[in-house]
Design a protein around this ligand. Structure first.
Ligand code: DOR
Ligand code: ZN
Length: 348
């Protein structure tokens, strides 16, 4: 039949606009999972200690390049971790030599290794004004940390209390609201200038029931935590729409199993390995395969002012595709995100 859904799809090579690569043995173990499919990634700076200066970013970039599999052309796009003491001259210098592509704002205490984040937002206003002048984007972890605010409401409260005031104060600042999880955030981003959002693979697939029903599933726990089904559906609509405001940032965040399967388990889903297969399945289910390239390969570079990749990948639909359950690293095993559905799209 001529109107059958496509079974192969060739798209420009995707980029990951939000990725945790860690360091040391973990970096060596998990980097090939990203370089297999992705050309570039925005590298999160929440190491211990964090990536605070241009010198820190250069040293971390060199460690990533040294850990790359032979022959890989993967490019890490480095970021600085914003603090109340960020040095504007150092930041501008790191941007001007092309070393950094964004600065990351973590509200202090919001998530993994965010203790050095920002408490008083007035103290970073001059840094943000300088970033707006030079066109350097700010990536934000969009959750308030106020203990009075319910964890499921922290993203919406962040928009009202922090993000909207920052954008009114510094309207020329380019902002990426990272890993959005709510209908409210999707609507806010869609209708705002100089603002885009990354969406993770896992937030397109799971809602909060996946974490909590039938026993607690630590490998589905991440921050911001997955919300109700209506929010997942809003994220699916945003991602599959092709709207230039939304692009892929996996937030693939490896932790060894011993720290996930724990009385106080770490936040993070590790999706680098199977993300492209899952996304193809999701876009296929929603009849939107024609927009997968926009979401994974075109909208991100356009927002960051970079060219799309010249290289391409081909996705092919066929028999069920299996991925390893775990990646063995020198730091310990890391469980690969389980999409809880069969996958049929392989990547080459
Ligand atoms: O789930 C998460 N894990 N969310 C974050 O914001 C940080 C990340 C990590 O570094 O583990
Ligand atoms: Zn993250």
């Amino acid at each position: 039949m001529s109107n059958a859904a496509p079974t192969t799809l060739t798209i420009r090579q995707p980029d990951d606009w939000h990725l945790h690569l860690r360091d040391g043995e973990m970096l060596k173990g998990i980097l090939p999972e990203t370089t297999r499919h992705f050309a570039r990634a925005i590298i999160m700076p929440n190491l211990v200690p964090p990536v605070l200066t241009g010198a820190d970013a250069a040293a971390y970039r060199d460690r990533i390049l040294a850990a790359k599999p032979d022959g890989s052309k993967f490019q890490p796009l480095m970021t600085l971790y914003l603090t109340e003491d960020t040095d504007i001259r150092d930041l501008r210098a790191a941007y001007e030599v092309g070393l950094i592509k964004a600065v990351k704002l973590y509200p202090a205490g919001a998530t993994t290794n965010s203790a050095s984040g920002v408490k008083d937002f007035t103290k970073v206003k001059r840094v943000l004004e300088n970033m707006a002048q030079i066109g350097l984007p700010l990536c934000v972890h969009g959750e308030v940390t106020d203990p009075e605010i319910d964890i499921f409401d922290r993203e919406a409260a962040f928009i009202d209390r922090i993000l909207d005031p920052i954008r009114r104060d510094v309207p020329e600042l380019k902002v990426v609201m990272e890993h959005i999880t709510t209908l409210v955030a999707a609507d806010y981003v869609r209708t705002s200038a100089n603002l885009a959002a990354t969406i993770t693979t896992h937030h397109l697939v799971i809602n909060r029931n996946h974490i909590l029903v039938g026993g607690i599933k630590p490998h589905y726990y991440c921050l911001p935590v997955a919300k109700r089904e209506e929010h997942r559906l809003a994220l699916r609509r945003a991602a599959t729409s092709g709207d230039a405001s939304f692009f892929l940032g996996t937030d693939s965040a490896p932790h060894i199993d011993a720290l996930k399967e724990h009385a106080c388990g770490c936040a993070g889903c590790f999706t680098a390995t199977n993300t492209m297969s899952i996304l193809a399945e999701v876009f296929d289910q929603d009849g939107a395969l024609e927009n997968l390239e926009r979401f994974a390969s075109l909208n991100g570079p356009a927002f960051y002012g970079l060219p799309a990749n010249d290289t391409r990948i081909t996705l092919t639909k066929g028999a069920e595709v299996k991925y390893p359950e775990k990646i063995e690293t020198g730091a310990g095993p890391v469980t690969v995100f389980d999409p809880a559905m069969p996958l049929h799209w392989s990547v080459s």
